[in-house]
Structure formats: C-alpha cells, structure tokens
Ligand binder design. Sequence first.
Ligand code: NAD
Length: 480
Amino acid sequence: MSLDRNAFFIDGDWATPADADLIEVVSPHTEEVVATVPEGTTADIDAAVAAARRAFDHGPWPRLSPEERIEVVQAFSNLYAGRMGEMAEIISTEMGAPLSFSNLAQAPAPWMQIEAFLGIARAFPWEESRPGVLGSPVVVRREPVGVVAAIPPWNVPQFTIMSKLVPALLSGCTIVIKPAPETPLDPYLMAELLQEAGVPEGVVNIVTAGREVGAHLVAHPGVDKVAFTGSTAAGRKIAAVCGEQLKRVSLELGGKSAAIVLDDADLAATMEGLKFASLMNSGQACVAQTRILASRSNYANVVDALAETVAGMQVGDPLDPATEIGPMVAQRQQERVEKYIALGQEEGARVVVGGNGMPDGLSSGWYVRPTVFADVDNGMRIAQEEIFGPVLSVIPYDDVEDAIRIANDSDYGLAGTVWTGDAESGLEVARRVRAGTYGVNTYTMDFAAPFGGYKSSGIGREFGPEGLAHYTELKSIYQP
Ligand code: NAD
C-alpha cells in the first residue's frame, strides 16, 4: 500500500497544498524513499490557523458541554485502539524505531494517554461554586485557552502530539499541529480517525513543515497558546517569541538524566531495567538515563555488567521484531552521535563497548554502534550535552551524597532513576534529585501524574489534571 499523500488536513477536509514542494520520507534502514508528502508553507499555516480560529470563535466545539466533547474523544479513542498495529508500523517505517518499541510504546502509549485524559476530564472541576469570603458564592470556571499551536518532534511523534491534542480537545480548544518533517506519515492515519470520530470541521488542522514554517506558526497572531516538545535550543527561541506576545506556552525540552546505581542494587535486574530506561527508542529519548552513576567500590562491576548488556543487544532492521536498537532517524543524527563518540575519546573517556563505525553485519542505514564510555567525569561534554543516541557514560561517585550532587550537576532536570535493594532509600534519593519525573527501580511514565522538566528541560507539565489545566483559562464570576 502506498504511503504517499498529496493534501493537508485543514478545516475538516483534505486541502490542496499552497505549494508543490514535497518531503521525501526516507527509511533510515534502507536509505530509500518510502513515501512523499507535501511540505507545508506559511500560506498553508495561515489557512490552518484561519480554520482553527473560525472553529474556535464561531464553531460548536468550544460551546459543547465537557460531556459532549468527552463522547467524541471517546469515539476517537475506540477507533485508535483498533489501529495501533498499523500506527506502530508506520512510525517504525518513517523514523526507524524498533518495531518492538513501537508496539510497546509508540502506538499504545498515545492511546493510554487518551484514556487517562478522558478519566481526568470526567472528574475535572470545569465549573465549581466556592464559598466566597465576602459572603456570596463565587463561580470558578475553566474555559478553553483558544487556538493551540502544537509542535512535536520526530522521536516519539504520536506520543508528543497526543499529549497536546487530547487536553486541547477536551478543554474545547481548536488546534493546529505542525509535525516534524521526519515523521509526516503517522498524523495522516490520526487525522482519518479524528474525522471518523466526528470531530467538527476546523477543530484539528495538520500541516507538516520545517523550522521556519514552525516559527511562523508560533508567532502567528491567530494563535493563543503554543505547546512545544523538542530541543532546548528551539524551546528558548519559542519562549522568547511567546514572552514578547504574552502567549501561553508550555515547553517539553531535552534531558541528560542520571541513573544512580546504589551498592545494594540487584545488578542483573538493574541492567534489564536500563536496557529500556537508557536505550529505549535506540537512545533517541528525552528521558533516556544516559549518565550511569556507580560507586567507586562497585564501579568495575557496573561497567562490566553494562558492557555485557549493551554488547548483547540486537542492532538492525527496525521492522525485525527481534531488533532492540535500530538506526538513527537521519544521516545528520548518525553523524552527530559519531561526533560525540569521537569527542568522548578526545576528552579522555574509555570506550568499553562500541565506538565509531558500523555495527557488525550492517553496511547501510544510519546506524551507530551502541557505545559505553567508562572513566567519564561529569564535567565532560559527553556527560553534559544531550547526544540523543545509544551512548552511555559511566561516572564514579564517592558516596550517596556525591551521587546526588553529580545527578543534580546538569543544566537539565527532566528525569532520573535510582536502582537499589531498599525502596525507602530509593525514595529518599528520589526526593533530592531536581527532576520532574523519577523512577525507583523502573522508569515507566504514568499518565495520571504530571510529566515535565526542571531547569532547562522545560516549563509546564503534561499529563494528569495539571496537563489538562494548561489548556484552560480560569474565570471567576462574582455575584451579589
Ligand atoms: P527540534 O527542536 O529540532 O524540533 C522539534 C520540532 O520543532 C520540530 O517539529 C521542528 O520542525 C520544530 N522547530 C524547530 N525549531 C523551531 C522554531 N524555532 N520554531 C518553531 N518550530 C521549531 O528537536 P528534534 O531534534 O526534532 O527532537 C529532539 C529533541 O526533542 C531532543 O532535545 C529531545 O530531548 C526533545 N524531546 C523532549 C521531550 C519531552 O517531553 N521533554 C520528548 C521528546 C523529545
């Protein structure tokens, strides 16, 4: 079946692009073109924002009751549940995530988000009456924030769209989504499901395009709120524009999370956990635990165990169900990871597994060798900068106090983990690391709870009632 497309989803229908330019979607495994789709321009964004604006200012969606909107989103959720296998395959095809990861997370996690948000919306205080201090009750309402611009990255495309789309829909907002040019295919399937579920025209609009067109959307006067997931560098620029225009903005940015391995941890279980926590999505994950902190006395054991674990992971064709690590999304990403592997060696770190060059048995595709560095100092660039690939640094610590200091010695504060035989001491460590999410002997997100970053990892939270609240404005109504 051809994955080619020739239109954008605007105003509830398939719209002819303003320009004839195409994006070639290239398989990171075969390096061959697997589909072509239109590349959005500022004119397409203008049409999408105009449709979203009309739907917000004059359409039925913001004026429906929360229960009526919940019904439509529930229909969308049910349709999504039936197409997850297809969605997983599309995502693996376009950006190279191992199908094992796509079947576990790329497709099911967005659906779990929809269901979690539906539960939250059913119990949300959309309009409440509070006893006022002046004697009369005050009505407090949560109203939709308006037209939302959603800008996701390519690494977990549906995951990062759904965390914005679903709370926007449930709140009564309308939305323009600008997917990343590396992952333009999955939104087409999503758009079909939204249409089938009965989302009214103009409520959701999707235009895939690059950065400059994304910047046009951010600055567009018709947009009330920007919801962005991506690099910290882009996040800063977007925040500056939103600050100037006083637009609401939420930012989910980069990370350099630390996994603290305490001496009482079960090493085999820890390694099994780190396979996912550090190397999910071939290491292309904002929450990846890329700094592994081990005590000096246990250091050699941790390095050996990690080296053996990483060396044993299957690298190759993302569509092979046995693959654990696939290619990088693009050639520039492969080159970036290789640059960091060379840099680590220049900085004096020791490669214990991997290094530059193609993985054994592969001669094409944008692959890198999964790499473990030992003898890493936390001040090195490989320990401070987000590499976004399967490259781990093992850093020694003196005692637990020192481990917490090193974990916190980062511009980022997105996530972290601690691995220990004693859950209570794990919780104690969790309380002291400055990060928005933290795992004790696991790293699995729970969509009932807020997710987001401290420091340069972002502003605001997604998921949970907190993530829904970002799509509302508060209004207080006084009465005599
Ligand atoms: P990126 O910042 O280059 O691009 C992200 C998206 O923003 C793309 O759609 C891109 O076209 C668009 N964009 C870039 N600059 C823009 C600008 N100035 N104005 C408007 N739009 C702009 O990031 P990427 O390389 O696609 O994604 C990887 C990054 O995303 C990593 O840093 C990763 O940590 C981060 N990420 C964070 C989370 C999170 O929840 N915190 C989740 C996934 C990825």
